[in-house]
Design a protein. Structure first.
Length: 263
């Protein structure tokens, strides 16, 4: 393992090669802290530890789906300790906003957000966000996983997946991982404050990939088709399907009749 290198005084970064999963390492570390086997190396208001890998053999996505993580991508998990339980409904959108901003500033072009936790480019998925909060008493460990198809080759993905995903490399953009690492961590560090989370969710509306489009979404054992009208301040997806519906969670399978993942 390469030596640990601090990004800033308040962040501990582990830069790694090919590993099973950054999320697994972050969750193991969180479990150690919550069990009081070891203490954070900085006060809870400042502590942030992160694992950045060049490749993952067992990356984890939403609903425990396998997240394909070939060489060249950006695979990051962050661990923060929080005084209050995180607002999990809002966090994926807030994190996606900071990722989209960081990528746009790095020259990646129009990055959009597909509710609840996808990053898109040219209508295809380029990344995903996974948030989890573990608690013990009044101590809360927030784990944020981020996977982005930055400098990976489209040919590194399974054939069945290629029509549904994109990489920034195929669009002619090469991303400096160290620069977006610093930008993303700086943005996420602000999300300890509820107001910052709410502000990010509101700002993210400008990057909404679904607004005005017909979507197919599954939730609570039901499947519906309707027009998406974005999300509200609580992070609920608004869908007009013979009357407006507010969805707290769900899985989108198609946009304008086009499947967004293999059947």
């Amino acid at each position: 393992m390469p030596p640990t290198k601090p990004l800033a005084a308040s962040a501990i970064i582990h830069r790694m090669g090919c590993i099973p999963s950054t999320q697994m390492l972050a969750e193991n570390r969180a479990a150690e802290i919550l069990s009081q086997a070891i203490a954070p190396s900085a006060p809870s208001s400042e502590y942030l530890e992160a694992w950045l890998a060049t490749e993952q053999a067992s990356g984890v996505g939403q609903y425990d789906r396998h997240f394909i993580s070939p060489p060249g991508g950006f695979y990051l998990s962050l661990l923060m300790m929080m005084d209050a339980a995180a607002r999990m409904q809002l966090l994926p959108i807030a994190v996606a906003y900071h990722c989209a901003m960081s990528l746009r500033q790095a020259g990646a072009g129009e990055i959009h957000i597909r509710w609840p936790n996808d990053l898109c480019h040219s209508g295809k998925k380029i990344g995903g966000i996974l948030c989890r909060c573990l608690s013990s008493g009044n101590t809360n460990a927030l784990i944020i996983g981020i996977g982005i198809n930055t400098n990976s080759s489209p040919n590194a993905f399974p054939v069945a997946l290629r029509p549904h995903i994109a990489t920034l490399k195929e669009g002619g953009t090469r991303i400096d991982h160290e620069k977006i690492l610093e930008a993303i961590i700086s943005g996420i560090h602000t999300l300890r404050e509820p107001a910052a989370v709410e502000n990010a969710v509101t700002a993210a509306s400008a990057f909404d990939a679904l607004r005005g489009h017909r979507i197919n979404v599954s939730f609570d054992g039901r499947n519906i088709s309707g027009i998406s009208w974005g999300w509200d301040a609580a992070g609920h997806l608004l869908v007009d399907a013979a009357g407006q519906m507010k969805l707290a969670s769900g899985s989108i399978s198609a946009v304008d009749g086009r499947p967004i993942r293999p059947a």
